[in-house]
Design a protein around this ligand. Sequence first.
Ligand code: FE2
Length: 199
Amino acid sequence: MAFELPALPYAYDALGPYMSAETLEFHHDKHHQAYVTNGNKLLEGSGLEGKSLEEIVKESYGKNAGLFNNAGQHYNHLHFWNWMKPNGGGTSLPGTIAKAIDTDLGGYDKFKADFTAAGAGQFGSGWAWLAVKDGKLEVMKTPNGENPLVHGATPILGVDVWEHSYYIDYRNARPKYLEAFVDSLINWEYVEQLYTAAS
Ligand code: FE2
């Protein structure tokens, strides 16, 4: 199916002061739009036209780099907008995901330390993830447009660490951006929803 850019699920200025309207205008309207436009061009004639987005990501991996990069980034960004909300983040998590973080990852503080370290430690562009693999939560990181789908896991939370995600608001201070993302932006209800669907 052809890729489409949905509207943001909140106003452009809704995530301030942690993520500015200017960042969201460029990130959503320019960067995500480019992945959609280029992905659609590369999808034509690829043999994967009738497939779902998840199938296109998995089946183009290692075979069609151009299509994979754009389809992967389209998938990642579709979720990324929903992984954030105004007045998000913090330590009041819905019950099911809170319990799984305690059991599988050693508690919220350990999750936060490992997740932000994965984002800060991803050399160059990429993503840090919370994913479900073999029924258990795992913190992962991937380069460029890659995501846990191609590593046999289901992503339930991801943070974009490409410079286009934070340079306007934080300049080179990626760890400060990651801290604000976890403390003030994460939409844990959406994470819980994806976790329930994946388990
Ligand atoms: Fe991005």
